[in-house]
Design a protein around this ligand. Structure first.
Ligand code: 5BU
Length: 274
Protein backbone atom coordinates (compact mmCIF):
# COMPACT_ATOMS: atom_id res chain seq x y z
CA UNK A 1 0.00 0.00 0.00
CA UNK A 2 1.23 3.46 -0.79
CA UNK A 3 0.78 6.51 1.40
CA UNK A 4 1.43 8.78 -1.62
CA UNK A 5 -2.20 9.78 -2.16
CA UNK A 6 -3.31 9.86 1.46
CA UNK A 7 -3.89 13.27 3.04
CA UNK A 8 -1.78 14.49 5.94
CA UNK A 9 -4.97 14.45 8.07
CA UNK A 10 -5.73 10.80 7.25
CA UNK A 11 -2.18 9.84 8.06
CA UNK A 12 -2.20 11.85 11.32
CA UNK A 13 -5.31 10.06 12.48
CA UNK A 14 -3.89 6.59 11.87
CA UNK A 15 -0.29 7.18 12.97
CA UNK A 16 0.91 5.23 16.03
CA UNK A 17 3.83 7.56 16.87
CA UNK A 18 3.06 10.66 18.98
CA UNK A 19 5.85 12.69 17.30
CA UNK A 20 4.73 11.79 13.75
CA UNK A 21 1.10 12.44 14.63
CA UNK A 22 2.01 15.86 16.06
CA UNK A 23 3.95 16.79 12.92
CA UNK A 24 1.21 15.60 10.53
CA UNK A 25 -1.43 17.47 12.55
CA UNK A 26 0.67 20.63 12.50
CA UNK A 27 1.12 20.35 8.72
CA UNK A 28 -2.63 19.98 8.25
CA UNK A 29 -3.53 22.78 10.70
CA UNK A 30 -1.11 25.30 9.19
CA UNK A 31 -1.44 24.07 5.60
CA UNK A 32 2.34 24.04 5.43
CA UNK A 33 4.73 21.21 4.62
CA UNK A 34 7.67 23.60 4.87
CA UNK A 35 10.56 23.07 7.28
CA UNK A 36 13.02 25.95 7.49
CA UNK A 37 16.63 25.10 8.24
CA UNK A 38 18.13 27.96 10.26
CA UNK A 39 21.87 27.66 9.75
CA UNK A 40 23.06 30.95 11.23
CA UNK A 41 25.72 31.28 13.91
CA UNK A 42 24.50 34.11 16.19
CA UNK A 43 21.75 33.60 18.76
CA UNK A 44 20.04 36.90 17.90
CA UNK A 45 19.95 36.07 14.17
CA UNK A 46 18.79 32.53 14.88
CA UNK A 47 15.82 33.71 16.97
CA UNK A 48 15.02 36.55 14.55
CA UNK A 49 14.85 34.24 11.51
CA UNK A 50 12.64 31.79 13.41
CA UNK A 51 10.29 34.56 14.47
CA UNK A 52 10.10 35.82 10.83
CA UNK A 53 9.38 32.39 9.30
CA UNK A 54 7.33 30.99 12.20
CA UNK A 55 3.86 31.61 10.70
CA UNK A 56 4.76 29.73 7.51
CA UNK A 57 6.37 26.53 8.81
CA UNK A 58 5.39 23.21 10.35
CA UNK A 59 8.93 22.53 11.54
CA UNK A 60 12.14 24.42 12.32
CA UNK A 61 15.39 22.55 11.75
CA UNK A 62 18.43 23.47 13.81
CA UNK A 63 22.17 22.78 13.90
CA UNK A 64 22.52 23.84 17.51
CA UNK A 65 26.31 23.25 17.56
CA UNK A 66 26.99 26.09 15.09
CA UNK A 67 25.65 28.79 17.44
CA UNK A 68 28.59 30.74 18.86
CA UNK A 69 26.78 32.32 21.82
CA UNK A 70 24.57 29.36 22.74
CA UNK A 71 23.03 29.45 26.22
CA UNK A 72 20.07 27.98 28.05
CA UNK A 73 17.99 31.09 27.38
CA UNK A 74 18.21 30.36 23.63
CA UNK A 75 16.47 27.04 24.20
CA UNK A 76 13.79 28.71 26.31
CA UNK A 77 13.17 31.35 23.67
CA UNK A 78 13.09 28.71 20.93
CA UNK A 79 10.40 26.87 22.87
CA UNK A 80 8.42 30.09 23.34
CA UNK A 81 8.56 30.68 19.56
CA UNK A 82 7.52 27.07 18.91
CA UNK A 83 4.35 27.67 20.97
CA UNK A 84 3.74 31.19 19.63
CA UNK A 85 3.87 30.08 15.99
CA UNK A 86 2.77 26.44 16.37
CA UNK A 87 5.72 24.54 14.90
CA UNK A 88 7.84 21.55 16.01
CA UNK A 89 11.62 21.48 16.40
CA UNK A 90 14.03 19.15 14.59
CA UNK A 91 17.69 19.11 15.64
CA UNK A 92 19.64 17.84 12.60
CA UNK A 93 22.30 16.19 14.78
CA UNK A 94 23.05 13.19 12.53
CA UNK A 95 24.09 10.85 15.36
CA UNK A 96 26.44 8.09 14.18
CA UNK A 97 28.12 6.30 17.11
CA UNK A 98 27.60 3.30 19.39
CA UNK A 99 24.36 3.14 21.38
CA UNK A 100 25.87 4.21 24.70
CA UNK A 101 27.64 7.24 23.22
CA UNK A 102 24.64 8.49 21.24
CA UNK A 103 22.38 8.16 24.29
CA UNK A 104 24.77 10.48 26.17
CA UNK A 105 25.14 12.90 23.23
CA UNK A 106 21.36 13.05 22.94
CA UNK A 107 20.53 13.53 26.64
CA UNK A 108 23.54 15.37 28.05
CA UNK A 109 26.39 17.76 27.28
CA UNK A 110 25.87 21.47 26.74
CA UNK A 111 22.86 21.11 24.45
CA UNK A 112 20.64 18.41 26.08
CA UNK A 113 18.96 17.90 22.70
CA UNK A 114 16.34 15.38 23.85
CA UNK A 115 14.87 17.88 26.32
CA UNK A 116 13.74 20.33 23.62
CA UNK A 117 13.88 18.73 20.16
CA UNK A 118 10.76 16.84 19.09
CA UNK A 119 12.60 15.10 16.26
CA UNK A 120 16.23 14.25 15.60
CA UNK A 121 18.10 12.06 13.10
CA UNK A 122 20.82 9.44 12.84
CA UNK A 123 23.03 7.81 10.24
CA UNK A 124 22.22 4.09 9.99
CA UNK A 125 25.95 3.30 9.56
CA UNK A 126 26.48 1.85 13.10
CA UNK A 127 23.53 -0.58 12.67
CA UNK A 128 20.39 -0.93 14.83
CA UNK A 129 22.19 -0.12 18.11
CA UNK A 130 22.22 3.58 17.17
CA UNK A 131 18.41 3.43 17.26
CA UNK A 132 18.30 1.47 20.53
CA UNK A 133 20.63 3.96 22.20
CA UNK A 134 18.64 7.00 21.10
CA UNK A 135 15.29 5.32 21.85
CA UNK A 136 16.35 4.70 25.45
CA UNK A 137 16.35 8.48 25.89
CA UNK A 138 13.81 9.71 23.35
CA UNK A 139 10.98 7.18 23.51
CA UNK A 140 9.90 7.93 27.08
CA UNK A 141 9.76 11.61 26.08
CA UNK A 142 7.55 10.93 23.02
CA UNK A 143 10.31 11.96 20.59
CA UNK A 144 10.77 10.65 17.04
CA UNK A 145 13.82 9.65 15.01
CA UNK A 146 14.54 10.00 11.29
CA UNK A 147 17.14 7.77 9.64
CA UNK A 148 19.34 9.22 6.91
CA UNK A 149 18.46 6.84 4.09
CA UNK A 150 19.82 9.16 1.38
CA UNK A 151 21.57 12.53 1.17
CA UNK A 152 21.16 15.48 -1.18
CA UNK A 153 24.86 15.84 -1.91
CA UNK A 154 26.70 14.93 -5.07
CA UNK A 155 28.45 11.54 -4.78
CA UNK A 156 26.57 10.46 -1.64
CA UNK A 157 27.37 6.88 -0.59
CA UNK A 158 23.88 6.42 0.91
CA UNK A 159 22.42 4.63 -2.14
CA UNK A 160 21.32 1.13 -3.24
CA UNK A 161 21.59 -1.59 -0.63
CA UNK A 162 22.66 0.93 2.06
CA UNK A 163 19.35 2.77 1.61
CA UNK A 164 17.42 -0.50 1.52
CA UNK A 165 19.02 -1.71 4.76
CA UNK A 166 18.20 1.63 6.39
CA UNK A 167 14.52 1.16 5.52
CA UNK A 168 14.55 -2.39 6.91
CA UNK A 169 16.16 -1.11 10.12
CA UNK A 170 13.44 1.49 10.43
CA UNK A 171 10.66 -1.10 9.95
CA UNK A 172 12.17 -3.20 12.73
CA UNK A 173 12.11 -0.14 15.02
CA UNK A 174 8.95 1.68 14.00
CA UNK A 175 8.03 2.39 17.63
CA UNK A 176 10.70 5.14 17.53
CA UNK A 177 11.73 5.67 13.88
CA UNK A 178 9.11 7.91 12.23
CA UNK A 179 10.70 8.25 8.82
CA UNK A 180 13.67 9.24 6.73
CA UNK A 181 15.75 12.03 5.44
CA UNK A 182 15.65 11.00 1.81
CA UNK A 183 15.15 12.22 -1.73
CA UNK A 184 12.13 10.00 -2.55
CA UNK A 185 9.35 7.89 -0.99
CA UNK A 186 10.47 4.62 0.56
CA UNK A 187 7.11 2.77 0.52
CA UNK A 188 7.77 -0.88 -0.34
CA UNK A 189 11.58 -0.60 -0.41
CA UNK A 190 13.08 -3.90 0.87
CA UNK A 191 9.64 -5.10 1.98
CA UNK A 192 9.46 -8.88 2.56
CA UNK A 193 6.59 -10.94 1.08
CA UNK A 194 3.52 -10.57 3.27
CA UNK A 195 5.13 -7.87 5.43
CA UNK A 196 3.02 -4.79 6.07
CA UNK A 197 4.55 -1.39 5.38
CA UNK A 198 4.69 1.44 7.91
CA UNK A 199 3.75 5.06 7.25
CA UNK A 200 7.21 6.62 7.22
CA UNK A 201 7.51 10.39 6.76
CA UNK A 202 9.96 11.60 4.13
CA UNK A 203 11.69 14.89 4.93
CA UNK A 204 13.77 16.23 2.08
CA UNK A 205 16.62 18.77 2.06
CA UNK A 206 18.21 20.12 -1.10
CA UNK A 207 15.23 22.29 -2.09
CA UNK A 208 15.61 25.60 -3.91
CA UNK A 209 13.67 27.51 -6.53
CA UNK A 210 16.36 29.84 -7.80
CA UNK A 211 19.59 27.80 -7.96
CA UNK A 212 20.69 24.25 -8.79
CA UNK A 213 23.55 24.01 -6.28
CA UNK A 214 25.85 25.89 -3.90
CA UNK A 215 29.31 25.05 -5.29
CA UNK A 216 29.98 22.84 -2.22
CA UNK A 217 28.19 19.66 -3.31
CA UNK A 218 24.64 20.63 -2.42
CA UNK A 219 22.06 19.89 -5.16
CA UNK A 220 18.67 21.63 -5.30
CA UNK A 221 15.33 20.49 -6.70
CA UNK A 222 12.03 22.36 -6.71
CA UNK A 223 9.19 21.71 -4.23
CA UNK A 224 7.12 20.19 -7.07
CA UNK A 225 9.88 17.77 -8.07
CA UNK A 226 10.27 16.74 -4.44
CA UNK A 227 6.59 16.45 -3.42
CA UNK A 228 4.88 15.35 -6.65
CA UNK A 229 7.56 13.57 -8.67
CA UNK A 230 9.44 11.97 -5.76
CA UNK A 231 6.56 11.68 -3.28
CA UNK A 232 8.30 13.29 -0.30
CA UNK A 233 6.26 14.78 2.55
CA UNK A 234 8.18 17.78 3.90
CA UNK A 235 10.47 20.20 2.07
CA UNK A 236 13.49 21.49 3.98
CA UNK A 237 14.75 24.90 2.84
CA UNK A 238 17.62 26.93 4.29
CA UNK A 239 19.51 29.57 2.32
CA UNK A 240 16.75 29.81 -0.29
CA UNK A 241 14.72 31.50 2.44
CA UNK A 242 17.06 33.44 4.71
CA UNK A 243 19.67 34.28 2.05
CA UNK A 244 22.84 35.90 3.36
CA UNK A 245 22.90 35.66 7.18
CA UNK A 246 24.99 38.86 7.31
CA UNK A 247 22.21 40.84 5.63
CA UNK A 248 18.97 39.47 7.08
CA UNK A 249 15.94 41.37 5.90
CA UNK A 250 12.63 40.68 7.66
CA UNK A 251 10.34 41.30 4.69
CA UNK A 252 12.42 39.31 2.25
CA UNK A 253 12.80 36.35 4.65
CA UNK A 254 9.04 36.35 5.29
CA UNK A 255 8.11 36.61 1.62
CA UNK A 256 10.49 33.80 0.64
CA UNK A 257 9.07 31.60 3.42
CA UNK A 258 5.56 32.30 2.20
CA UNK A 259 6.61 31.57 -1.38
CA UNK A 260 8.08 28.15 -0.48
CA UNK A 261 5.10 27.34 1.75
CA UNK A 262 2.69 27.99 -1.15
CA UNK A 263 4.79 26.01 -3.63
CA UNK A 264 5.00 23.08 -1.21
CA UNK A 265 1.29 23.12 -0.43
CA UNK A 266 0.18 23.44 -4.06
CA UNK A 267 2.43 20.53 -4.97
CA UNK A 268 0.77 18.46 -2.23
CA UNK A 269 -2.73 19.39 -3.49
CA UNK A 270 -1.69 18.31 -6.98
CA UNK A 271 -0.38 15.03 -5.58
CA UNK A 272 -3.60 14.13 -3.75
CA UNK A 273 -5.65 15.24 -6.77
CA UNK A 274 -7.34 18.30 -5.25
P1 5BU B 1 20.30 24.76 2.36
O1 5BU B 1 20.74 26.12 2.78
O2 5BU B 1 18.82 24.72 1.90
O3 5BU B 1 21.22 24.12 1.34
O4 5BU B 1 20.38 23.90 3.71
C1 5BU B 1 20.08 22.53 3.75
C2 5BU B 1 20.13 22.02 5.17
O5 5BU B 1 19.78 20.64 5.17
C3 5BU B 1 21.47 22.11 5.86
O6 5BU B 1 21.24 22.38 7.25
C4 5BU B 1 22.09 20.73 5.74
O7 5BU B 1 22.89 20.38 6.84
C5 5BU B 1 20.86 19.85 5.70
N1 5BU B 1 21.00 18.63 4.88
C6 5BU B 1 21.19 18.66 3.51
O8 5BU B 1 21.29 19.72 2.92
N2 5BU B 1 21.28 17.49 2.81
C7 5BU B 1 21.19 16.29 3.39
O9 5BU B 1 21.22 15.24 2.72
C8 5BU B 1 21.00 16.27 4.80
C9 5BU B 1 20.90 17.44 5.50
BR1 5BU B 1 20.85 14.66 5.65
Amino acid sequence: MSFYTKTYAQRAEAHPSPAAKQLLETIERKKSNLCVSVDVTRKADFLAVIDFVGPFVCLVKTHIDIIEDFDHDLVEQLQVLSKKHDFLIFEDRKFADIGNTVSLQYSSGVHKIASWSHITNAHPVPGPSVITGLASVGKPLGRGLLLLAEMSTKGSLAVGSYTEEAVKMARANKDFVIGFIAQRRMDGVGLADGEEDADFLILTPGVGLDTKGDGMGQQYRTPRQVIVESGCDVIIVGRGIYGNPKALDRDSVRSQAERYMKEGWNAYLERIGK
